[in-house]
Design a binder for this molecule. Sequence first.
Ligand SMILES: C[S@@+](CC[C@H](N)C(=O)[O-])C[C@H]1O[C@@H](n2cnc3c(N)ncnc32)[C@H](O)[C@@H]1O
Length: 349
Amino acid sequence: MNTMLLHCRPGFEGEVCAEISELAAHLDVAGYAKAKPNSACAEFICTEPGGAERMMRKLRFNQLIFPRQWARGEYVELPETDRIGVLLEALADYPVCGSLWLEVLDTNEGKELSTFCRKFEKPLRAALTKAGKLKDDPRLPRLLLTFRSGREAFVGLAESNNSALWPMGIPRLKFPREAPSRSTLKLEEAWHHFIPRADWDKRLAPGMTAVDLGAAPGGWTWQLVQREIKVTAVDNGPMAESLMYSGFVEHQRADGFTFKPRRPVNWMVCDIVEKPARTAALIETWLGEGWCQEAVVNLKLPMKQRHAEVQKLLARIDTGLKARGLKVSIACKQLYHDREEVTCHLRRL
Ligand SMILES: C[S@@+](CC[C@H](N)C(=O)[O-])C[C@H]1O[C@@H](n2cnc3c(N)ncnc32)[C@H](O)[C@@H]1O
């Protein structure tokens, strides 16, 4: 049970390997990472007893940038018939679990397998419950079964309060038809990921103020307006008319990189496609000058060395803000709705 399986966006396996290897070295856990290109997952093989469990205990899942989901466990080969019997045997050494998720990888084969998983889940759940291996208790570890095919599954464990919020790290968000662009889901997902639900009414409260840099046509502004937040939408492009009728939006045709708010705002959000170093400097200015309390900003990724570049920019922002004597929490994640980018969240403490 000493391998970690980490799901990710296809094409980002190398970033996951680099990130988890760096963290393992930092925690002094011996092991190595491996991944096949475009497999939508990476493995970290721990070469010391209990290494995977120690890593998952010491790390907070929501601090990882590229992994969408993680679990510690091992691969089990499954026969054509009586898969449940073989899984029960494999689970003999596993603790009793408090919930069960059946997962697949974010690949075409994975999509094909999800129908099988849906059919398999009910009898499996019943058999695990009957065998005393599954109870309904969030304090117990979650059993995560990732199917690579109908003949092979990774039988993994993760704590329900220290792993992805949704199976495979894929949020179940419905695209609101009135929103002006699909990007709207990116900001909604960011809120789910970075802000505990219990804080939404306090930190995304009616009457708050926000600046949306690179706002057009208005998917992010739409999310803010839904929460009755007053938005200054900065973009030379046109905003969706429906949003302008809401009475919550002021459109400023200006350059987001030189725009300065008349008075500090609660939120700055930015979805401008720009070189990441320039966006990172913008983040530092907004938080550093006290122009906003919190920010959600998209950082576009370079073609190569994406993990190293993100780490370098986050460290630069952190150093810059500390040099100003400020306490700011900084988090970063490649969200499901992010493509060649990551999303950063910053909050002045
Ligand atoms: C990806 S789109 C934003 C989509 C928007 N978040 C939404 O949900 O509808 C990027 C926007 O940034 C704007 N943009 C690019 N450079 C800009 C700049 N320097 N200042 C302000 N806006 C800029 C573009 O006009 C474009 O509308």
